[in-house]
Write a protein that binds this ligand. Structure first.
Ligand code: ADP
Length: 329
C-alpha cells in the first residue's frame, strides 16, 4: 500500500437509507482503526457536516450494529449543500477536526455532491453504493438491495396465499421510481405473472394480453408486480380499475408495500457486501485513491471512477426480462 498523509478519515450516510448501512459504517470504522487512522462519524449526511455534527468514533462505538437496519449516523437530504456557501461551511467543519479524507455511503445523488465537494476543496473521497433501488451504475449490487428484495418477496408470498384462495388478481407496487431491479428480483422470486418496470414501458395492451393468456392457460389467480415509476402502473389503483373493466373475469386488488421495504435486519449478502465495501474504501484512500466508488462486479470487489457511477443510467439485465414470459407459461 502506498504511503499517504491521510490520518483522519470521516464517514457519513446520505440520501435514502438502506439496510446494511450500519454494517458499512462498522467496516469503515474498524478498517480505519486497524490501519491506525483516526475516524470520525458525521451525523445526518451533508446537513450534519454543515452544522458540525461530528463525533470521534472508536472501534467499540460500532459494536452491536452489524445486524441493525437503518443507520446509526442518521441520514438526510441537504438543500444547503447544493450551494457553494453550504459546501464552504461543510469544509470548514472538516478542517476544525483536521479531517483529511471522506467516505460517503449513499446513492448517486450523494455521489454527485461528493464529486463537487472533492473538486472544490481537493479532498480525497471514496463512495460506497447503498440504495435499495440498486440503480448505481458500475456495480452489480448496492448495499440494501438484497434485504429489500427479500422483504418484498416475503410480502408477495403472503399475498399469494390469499390471491389463490380467492381467485383474485393482485397488483403489488414495490419501490423503484426510476429503476426496476427491485420489481424484477422480487417479482421473479415471488412467481409474478407479469412485472412492470420503468425501463420497459410495455403499455397496457400487452399487460391485458398477458393476463388473458394466463386465464386461458387455466390460472385462477395472478400477481402483477409494479415498480412505482412504471408509466403504465404510475397510478396502480387506476390500473387495477382499468384491468377489471376490460377483463370482467378478474377481481382485482392493490397492495402498496411501501416503507417496510426499507427496514429490517440486513441479509447475510448485504452484511458481507457492506463489510467488504467498507474495508476496500479505507484501503483505497490509504492507497492514494480518490474520486472512486467501490463496487461488486463479476463476483469481485472493484474500484471504479466516480463518473461511471453518476453519469450513466444503470441498464437492467435483459436476460431477467426475457425469462419472465418463459416462467409464466
Ligand atoms: P441519494 O444519495 O439516495 O441518491 P439524494 O439524491 O437525495 O440521495 O442526494 C443526497 C444529497 O446529496 C442531497 O440532499 C444533496 O445534499 C446532495 N447532492 C445531490 N446532488 C447534488 C449536487 N448536484 N450538488 C451538491 N449536492 C448534491
Amino acid at each position: 500500500m502506498a504511503i499517504t498523509k491521510i490520518q483522519n478519515i470521516a464517514v457519513m450516510t446520505s440520501g435514502g437509507d438502506a439496510p446494511g448501512m450500519n454494517a458499512a459504517i462498522r467496516a469503515v470504522v474498524r478498517a480505519a482503526t486497524y490501519y491506525k487512522k483516526d475516524v470520525f462519524g458525521i451525523f445526518r449526511g451533508y446537513q450534519g457536516l454543515i452544522e458540525g455534527d461530528i463525533e470521534r468514533f472508536t472501534a467499540r462505538r460500532v459494536s452491536n450494529i452489524i445486524n441493525r437496519g437503518g443507520t446509526i449516523l442518521k441520514t438526510a437530504r441537504s438543500a444547503e449543500f447544493r450551494t457553494p456557501e453550504g459546501r464552504k461551511k461543510a469544509y470548514e467543519n472538516l478542517k476544525k477536526f483536521d479531517i483529511d479524507a471522506l467516505v460517503v455511503i449513499g446513492g448517486d445523488g450523494s455521489f454527485r455532491g461528493m464529486k463537487i465537494f472533492a473538486e472544490e476543496f481537493d479532498l480525497p473521497v471514496i463512495g460506497i453504493p447503498a440504495t435499495i433501488d440498486n440503480d448505481i451504475n458500475g456495480t452489480d449490487f448496492s448495499i440494501g438491495f438484497d434485504t429489500a428484495s427479500n422483504t418484498a418477496m416475503e410480502a408477495i408470498d403472503k399475498i399469494r396465499d390469499t390471491a389463490s384462495s380467492h381467485n383474485r388478481l393482485f397488483f403489488i407496487e414495490v419501490m423503484g421510481r426510476n429503476a426496476g431491479f427491485l420489481a424484477l428480483y422480487s417479482g421473479i422470486a415471488g412467481g409474478a405473472e407479469d412485472i412492470l418496470i420503468p425501463e420497459e414501458d410495455r403499455g397496457i395492451n400487452e399487460l391485458l394480453n398477458s393476463l388473458m393468456r394466463s386465464k386461458r392457460s387455466g390460472k385462477t389467480s395472478s400477481i402483477v408486480v409494479v415498480a412505482e415509476g412504471d408509466k403504465t402502473g404510475k397510478n396502480v389503483f387506476e390500473l387495477a380499475k382499468y384491468v377489471e373493466k376490460h377483463l370482467k373475469e378478474y377481481e382485482a386488488r392493490v397492495v402498496v408495500i411501501g416503507h417496510i421495504q426499507r427496514g429490517g435486519c440486513p441479509t447475510t449478502l448485504d452484511r458481507v457486501l457492506a463489510s467488504r465495501f467498507g474495508v476496500r474504501a479505507i484501503e483505497a484512500l490509504l492507497d492514494g485513491q480518490t474520486r472512486k466508488v467501490v463496487g461488486f462486479k463479476n463476483n469481485r470487489i472493484v474500484l471504479y471512477d466516480l463518473d461511471i457511477a453518476i453519469k450513466k443510467q444503470k441498464p437492467v439485465n435483459q436476460e431477467l426480462i426475457d425469462i419472465i414470459e418463459i416462467l409464466t407459461t
